[in-house]
Design a protein around this ligand. Structure first.
Ligand SMILES: C[S@@+](CC[C@H](N)C(=O)[O-])C[C@H]1O[C@@H](n2cnc3c(N)ncnc32)[C@H](O)[C@@H]1O
Length: 1020
């Protein structure tokens, strides 16, 4: 593909004038706001821009986060962090004006809400109310001034029609200003990407041009700004690379901002999706129309063929929407064939169930579908015939129970592995053979009423399977039986074996399915092949293939039937390849209605250089900035599960996918956390460092876990010749099935630059003081910015987690500037196998940084001297209490601080560990067993004080409580000022379940502190 063309600039912009300037992201980053916006994007689920191409890809990074990183890597600081941050936030639409525009489009803030929140002497210049025309002139309503409560006044407010968007904006702005947190404001807003960019950012460009006037910047859109910033730094439109591109978020957003992008991934499915992001979501409007037309043609062709064959219609002309299948097996006790399903409920909304009717003559069950059944029947159907790992059913009043393991014939083989007697399916199989342990059976069909076909609201009903239905099934099976071999040879149907693995063992072990096409029944294979044939013949084969992979995800035997939705789910609604005893299969009619472009948010990226290539990460092209999200400690087994798609495309990939290796290359995938992982990563990052200019930047994202992760990652980048220049912490929530129970996940954004060439030997003793000084410097400058911004906007920029993270970064910045530590080369250090429990020099630095940072982060209201003397668990408790009074409640905050303060078991002082509603135990909530001297908190001063407070609340005499202190704490007189200080802190910060209790605890703390203070005066 052609190199990026640098457009001649009309301004006095000087190429590479900023070549040596730092990037803004090295000093400021709106981490809190990015976290919130990233979570908002995640929560949009299918409303996310790239999910339309395939929600099956797991772990896409939020686009808003990528945007903040790319912008921050290009914007220059101007020596005034406050103003720089202000502009950064405007460019992200996080500022008051941006929020007002976003709130206006969202339209969640009603006129009445606005009228109640703003000061406005002439509300009727903006609003009107129902019945305004009839209201007499002297009606008191006309005299109202904002703020007023429209409900209480009995008026129903609306915007006046002649008041346009621009005139409404100041009112939105004023109303939003009355909310006290960013979260509360942004909750009422659309996401920036949902708005028309030209309108949203219109007021920003004059500010940008003014601020960077002396650099010759003159931009009126992001592409213009990015091109000019790139020219200033790199002498060209910047090129952003991602060698672990996955679902394509990073290259897509970088391209949408206006940079040229280069993306690669080992996995061809990742390349396909990234290609799709850039070439489908990023297609020009004309191209998009062509794609849509091609989709329609394929859909029509598939539909025609299915209709001609008559395999989805019944005799009345109704059309199937879904088929429900289950397994069936012979009960070893009775010899009966028993249908298997954990539940026989079909629809919870319409009370539809399948009833098993014994057929004694044939020793099998007929299955009858009943609609509108009673509650009792629904309850009974919920029982199913598979529970607790056993086939369980009733026949003639007797219950039979056979474990699934027994049915399968599980046993231990000679190597001690569990094996079973299920027949291993062969390449030519597409349905069970008559003697197989598990048979498959169609047990219900959801039909669409003939008269609603083609309409947007379909009327459907569920019905039992008839002989005619079975005859149609046999016809489809015959079609597959006659053609499977040829289709496989032509690559229209997979013939690829399932390679065993962590996730891929499951279908082999539980069903004997050995080839990927065994995950499809005859009907599904037939539909998929039909799509495939027409897609391959289309001019838009690549674009359409991206969509037909989406269809495969919804059209296989691993699609769970959802009784609440009357629909089947997709296979990759989670990150596994799990089999089910019953499943739903969508008809081609239903699949076709959902295939194709949905509500995707398109952006024309056609004028940029976009290269997607499946290479291992060690052969990248030259890039100015690399932004990567490597597969570290990631639960997603990309290299295994997406073979499901590779199997479909590998023999006949359309152009340009045919230039790629259609194999997951499992052996090359970087995975796990061991020595191989580190070697693979060092190779990959060394290659990237070699392929960027000396003033290039790298951003690496990884999950924040513990210092072990830091140590590994930093060692890797260090060995790759990179130096840490900044780190930020982003909290992103995940609702991943694998991590049940709501879970807040932290992502570290590590910024790196090339280490200056030459040797720089370092020694621990000399590095440590430098680390402390750098940490202190960094944190103090951030706290200063915090104070200034808080004074003006009421909210600080950074919270304690940000400060701490910046502390780590400062320490690592010092450390990674060296090439050897105590004589050991950094590459050797990074690649040396670790011993269990080993504390490396990086661990030590991170810990030092944490300690240096923590000693600066004294909670408000506590003396520095007291803070310096407190142990980890006490610091943890008091710091978190301080954060709770400010409204914090995210579990990851508690986890991070527990680590930083080296708390052994922070959960012992937690009242709740819910992801978004975490809190400490209340003073009154500690049980006596929590406070014995064998617990972490029990043996501390704080622990004794909590006991004392509880005693006071139980009406003990203060003098008695103090006597107890004297008895329990031998150094009581010395530490008395500390105890008083802690009590004063509790007096102002304690939280309890009720206001009354809180006051009681605070009063008790006040009484006890006063008593302790007066002791000398009283001569005690
Ligand atoms: C965490 S994912 C990236 C997700 C991506 N940022 C997104 O937003 O969708 C990591 C990716 O690294 C890829 N990968 C693993 N080993 C690789 C290697 N040796 N070379 C290139 N890519 C590799 C995986 O295929 C996977 O797509």
């Amino acid at each position: 593909m052609a190199e990026a063309q640098v457009q001649p600039s009309e301004t006095t912009l000087q190429s590479r004038a900023l070549a040596d300037a730092p990037a803004l992201i090295e000093s400021v980053f709106p981490a809190q706001k990015v976290s919130f916006e990233a979570q908002k994007e995640r929560k949009a689920n299918l409303g996310q821009t790239l999910t339309g191409l395939g929600s099956y890809w797991k772990g896409r990074k939020p686009l808003i986060l990528v945007r903040a990183i790319v912008l921050g890597s290009l914007l220059p600081p101007t020596g005034d962090p406050e103003k720089d941050l202000d502009l950064y936030e405007r460019l992200m639409a996080f500022d008051a004006e941006g929020l007002a525009r976003r709130a206006l489009v969202q339209n969640k803030l009603r006129p009445a809400d606005i009228a109640a929140r703003i000061a406005q002497p002439n509300p009727w210049d903006y609003f009107t109310f129902t019945g305004a025309k009839d209201a007499p002139e002297h009606d008191p309503v006309w005299a109202l001034e904002c703020p007023f409560d429209a409900d209480a006044e009995g008026v129903n407010l609306r915007w006046r029609r002649d008041v346009d968007k621009e005139e409404r904006l100041p009112l939105y702005k004023q109303a939003l200003a009355s909310f006290d947190s960013y979260e509360a404001k942004a909750e009422l807003c659309k996401r920036p990407e949902e708005l028309d960019a030209e309108w949203l950012y219109k007021p920003v460009w004059p500010e940008v041009n003014k601020r960077y006037a002396d650099l010759g910047v003159d931009a009126h859109s992001f592409p213009e700004l990015i091109e000019q910033l790139g020219t200033l730094r790199y002498g060209r439109r910047p090129r952003v690379g991602d060698t672990f591109c996955g679902g394509g978020s990073i290259p897509f957003e970088a391209a949408r901002l206006g940079s040229d992008v280069y993306a690669s991934d080992l996995n061809p499915v990742a390349c396909m999706l990234t290609w799709g992001a850039l070439n489908i979501i990023g297609a020009s409007p004309e191209r998009r129309q062509e794609i849509e037309q091609a989709q329609k043609e394929v859909a029509d062709a598939v539909d025609r063929e299915i209709t001609e064959l008559g395999i989805e219609h019944d005799a009345e002309g109704n059309r199937a929407k879904a088929y429900l299948y289950c397994l069936e097996t012979r009960c070893p006790e009775t010899g009966w064939m028993v249908p298997m399903s954990p539940s026989w409920v079909i629809s919870k909304t319409r009370n539809v169930v399948a009833k098993l009717k014994p057929d004694h003559q044939n020793k099998r069950f007929d299955i009858e579908v009943a609609t509108g059944v009673s509650r009792a029947e629904m309850k009974q159907a919920e029982q199913g015939t598979v529970h607790n790992g056993a086939l369980t059913y009733e026949l003639d009043g007797q219950t039979y129970r056979t474990p699934i393991k027994t049915l399968r014939g599980d046993y231990r083989d000679a190597d001690g592995h569990t094996a079973n007697r299920l027949r291993r399916w062969e390449k030519q199989d597409f349905k069970p053979q008559p003697n197989d342990i598990f048979q498959e059976r169609l047990y219900a069909i959801q039909w669409i009423h003939k008269r609603t076909l083609g309409q947007s609201r379909l009327k459907t009903f569920f019905a039992s399977v008839t002989d005619a239905d079975l005859e149609r099934e046999r016809r489809v099976e015959q079609l597959v039986a006659d053609n499977l071999d040829a289709w496989q040879q032509d690559g229209l149907v997979p013939d690829m074996a399932i390679e065993p693995g962590d996730k891929t063992d499951e279908p082999i072990r539980t069903r004997g399915w050995n080839y990927w096409h065994h995950l499809f029944n005859a009907r599904q294979l037939f539909i998929q092949r039909l799509f495939g044939t027409h897609v391959a013949a289309s001019d838009m084969a690549a674009e359409l293939s991206v969509y037909s992979m989406k269809v495969s995800d919804w059209n296989n035997k691993l699609c769970h039937w959802h009784t609440g939705w009357d629909k089947s789910e997709n296979l990759f609604y989670n990150q596994a390849v799990d089999t089910f005893f019953n499943y739903g299969s969508r008809s081609s009619y239903f699949l076709l209605s959902q295939w194709g472009m949905g509500n995707e948010r398109f952006s024309d990226l056609s004028r940029l250089t976009r290269i997607v290539q499946p290479t291992a990460a060690n052969e990248p092209l030259d890039n100015d900035i690399f932004v990567t999200d490597p597969p570290y400690a990631d639960a997603v087994m990309y290299h295994e599960i997406y073979e499901f798609f590779i199997a479909w495309l590998r023999k006949n990939p359309p152009k340009p996918f045919d230039e790629w290796t259609w194999d997951s290359r499992r052996a090359l995938a970087i995975k796990g956390e061991g020595d191989d992982f580190r070697r693979g990563m060092v190779d990959a990052y060394t290659a990237m460092a070699e392929h960027m200019p000396d003033n290039g930047m790298q951003c690496v994202m990884f999950t924040h876990q513990d210092t072990g992760v830091w140590s590994d990652m930093v060692g890797i980048f260090w060995a790759a010749g990179l130096q840490v220049v900044a780190a930020w912490y982003i909290a992103t929530e995940t609702t991943s099935e694998l991590k049940k129970g709501g879970y807040v996940q932290g992502t570290v954004i590590l910024m790196l630059r090339k280490r200056v060439a030459g040797d720089r030997p370092g020694f621990k003793q000399r590095i440590l003081p430098a680390v402390r000084a750098e940490v202190q410097n960094q944190i103090e400058s951030m706290m200063h910015l915090n104070d200034e911004v808080e004074d003006k906007h009421g909210e600080p920029v950074f919270n304690d987690s940000d400060l701490q993270m910046a502390g780590y970064a400062a320490a690592l910045k010092v450390l990674t500037a060296y090439t050897t530590i105590g004589g050991e080369d950094v590459t050797e250090f990074a690649l040396r196998p670790r011993t269990r429990g080993e504390t490396t020099v990086v661990d030590e630095m991170v810990q030092q940084a944490a300690e240096a940072a923590n000693s600066l982060l004294v909670p408000e209201g506590l003396n520095k001297e007291t803070w310096a003397k407190l142990s980890g668990i006490q610091r943890f408790f008091l710091r978190m209490l301080d954060m709770e009074t400010a409204g914090a409640s995210k579990l990851d905050n508690y986890q991070n601080f527990a680590k930083a303060f080296r708390v052994e078991d922070y959960t012992s002082v937690m009242g709740s560990t819910q992801a978004n509603h975490a809190r400490l135990k209340y003073v009154t909530e500690f049980a006596s067993r929590d406070l014995t001297t064998s617990t972490e908190i029990g043996k501390t001063w704080l622990g004794r004080l909590i006991i004392g407070l509880q005693q006071l609340l139980d009406d003990a005499e203060p003098s008695h409580v103090i006597q107890q202190f004297q008895h329990d704490m031998p150094d009581f007189m010395e530490i008395r000022p500390i105890l008083i200080d802690i009590l004063r802190f509790i007096e102002h910060k304690a939280i309890e379940a009720t206001e009354e209790k809180k006051q009681a605890v605070r009063d008790a703390a006040e009484v006890l502190a006063a008593r302790l203070k007066n002791m000398r005066a009283l001569g005690q």
